[in-house]
Design a binder for this molecule. Sequence first.
Ligand code: XIL
Length: 385
Amino acid sequence: MHTSSFLSLLALAAVPLASAGNGNGNGNGNGSGKSCSQKGLDWYAKKAGLKYFGAATDSPGQRERAGYESAYAKYDEIMWKSGEFGQTTPTNGQKWLFTEPTQGSFNFTEGDVVASLAHKNNKLLRCHALVWHSQLAPWVEAKKDWTKDELRSVIVSHVTNVMKHYKGQCYAWDVVNEAFNEDGTYRESVFSTVLGGEEFIELAFQTASRLDPKAKLYYNDYNLESPSPKTEAVRKLVKSLQKKKIRIDGVGLQAHLVAESRPTLDEHVAAIKGFTELGVEVALTELDVRLQTPANATNLAQQKEAYKNAVGACVQVDGCIGVTIWDFYDPFSWVPFVFTGEGAALLWFEDFSKHPAYDGVVEALTNKTQGHDGKDPRGAKRWIA
Ligand code: XIL
């Protein structure tokens, strides 16, 4: 479960980084990334018909753990040069807390670090996240008596300024993040309290749709990987926006999974299809699979299956366009800071050896995933080696 106040505290504790890249245009990449000549995960993903396999990353000043500076060279090599990843997402730097820390004054220093590295290294950029109750600048929540008009203009100004700054650089934007509870009701936040869930989401998408016609506009959330009241609520949202002719292009399934209680391949496929059949694309946007530490042969095998099911489902369903893991190197994972006793959620261990799950991802990308009906499952996307 997410402990949002704790997340906000973590983010507040992060040290801003002084230097920034220029963040100049990355193009609205179309997934044709040219940096995939080496056989890494991104290479396999593209062969399997996906646009990318990516990893989120943070600007060095914000990484979850200090004291790993000696690992940076190797880390950067894998992140940017190895051909493992064709896409990235800034894990923190584009969030409200960083981009509009005080009302009306915008700061893109942190987000630009990752955006410019993505550009320099020819990686597709997913941009994250415009309107979210967590890691929100404190001023938005401090004022208790926002009028509807005031809060509407706060949202419009934030979305407008941030999207204008990154215009042309983002393949996709997570426009609204985590707006629903598990039972499908709207999560309580300053936005839903003042404006109502429906209205603030519509306003965010409506505003975003005018600003960067090429950026895909996503609704992004966790626990959307198996059919549930929450997936139903998001399907309803998509249909309602479509009916009102408000642009929504995609649903992001964060996919923060748990090794010991992972969704089955069937569940993943059903959940993804539930969205793609509405005519929006799907991406796994923050995939990680945490386990009870220490890792052992049993839970690493469960983790491998969890990764394989998630990635394999995305490969199987036409309209699931890519997979992003939430960083790739265990020491920089958010998991141990939020989920007590859990960790080792990514694909590279602390010593840079790979988890067994890495092979699970390759197996999924090379169409070795067993079909949900037991037959060779591949639909539109076929392994074309
Ligand atoms: C996490 C980051 O990885 C952490 O560094 C930060 O302290 C908290 O947020 N859902 C999201 C992501 O949409 O933005 C969150 O990222 C993880 C959960």
